[in-house]
Design a protein around this ligand. Structure first.
Ligand code: TYD
Length: 211
């Protein structure tokens, strides 16, 4: 089986929601069953320059940094990255992206002080279509995700160190975004086993691609 057009699918959720695991599993599944043309990427990041910006945003900025500096860096990374995404979509790839515009709305607007109008304006400069084709929101209780993060053998970054209270605020923001974008955003609970969550993810994506 193949596909004759590109699809832009994003994964969203709070830290420790299992995005990276599930997106990698989906990528292998699609490559095996649907098409070899799958492009797995992430934000902030995805290109040489955008990965450099990612390091600045995650490692060098802190909660005292100017929120506009953070926003402009995130959009600078996205402008570079979206050129590559567009190129892949034009070549009929399925693009799977770990975080995208909904993260900006959840973190910089709902959990930050940036107006939605500003985010939407900048987003449209980069991507006139503005939104991905499909978004999978992996929903999880922050208490569970926090314990997962602490079990990882990885140095914690400033986002991983967020309190459960703040993570709850971001979770609610994502759920609100899902409610406002019912056609595009599918909420999948990550309280099940890794395998069951993957089955749910695969079913939703196949349903969308075969529509
Ligand atoms: P990520 O590596 O996906 O975090 P994790 O794997 O722990 O879920 O993303 C890095 C951080 O960047 C994430 O905590 C949220 C933040 N971020 C924003 O604040 N705004 C954005 O627009 C994006 C894309 C990410």
């Amino acid at each position: 089986m193949g596909i004759d057009r590109g699809f832009f699918i994003t994964f969203e959720g709070i830290e420790g929601s299992g995005k990276s695991t599930q997106i990698a599993l989906l990528s292998s599944f699609l490559k095996k069953k649907i098409t070899k043309k799958v492009f797995l990427t992430r934000e902030p990041g995805g290109t040489k320059i955008s990965e450099k910006i990612r390091k600045l945003v995650i490692n060098d900025l802190d909660e005292k940094s100017n929120s506009l500096t953070e926003l402009l860096l995130l959009f600078a990374a996205r402008a570079e990255h979206y050129d590559l995404i567009r190129e892949k979509l034009n070549k009929n790839y399925i693009v799977l992206c770990d975080r995208y515009i909904d993260s900006t709305v959840a973190y910089q607007h709902y959990n930050g002080n940036i107006k939605l109008d500003v985010i939407n304006y900048m987003q449209k400069l980069i991507d006139p279509k503005n939104k991905p084709d499909l978004t999978i929101l992996l929903d999880i209780d922050p208490v569970v995700s926090k314990s997962r993060i602490l079990k990882r053998n990885k140095k914690l970054d400033r986002f991983d160190k967020e309190s459960v209270g703040k993570m709850n605020k971001i979770r609610k923001a994502f759920l609100k975004i899902a409610k406002l974008n019912k056609k595009r955003v599918i909420v999948i609970s990550n309280n099940l086993s890794k395998k069951d969550v993957q089955t749910n993810v695969q079913n939703q994506v196949l349903k969308f691609i075969n529509r």
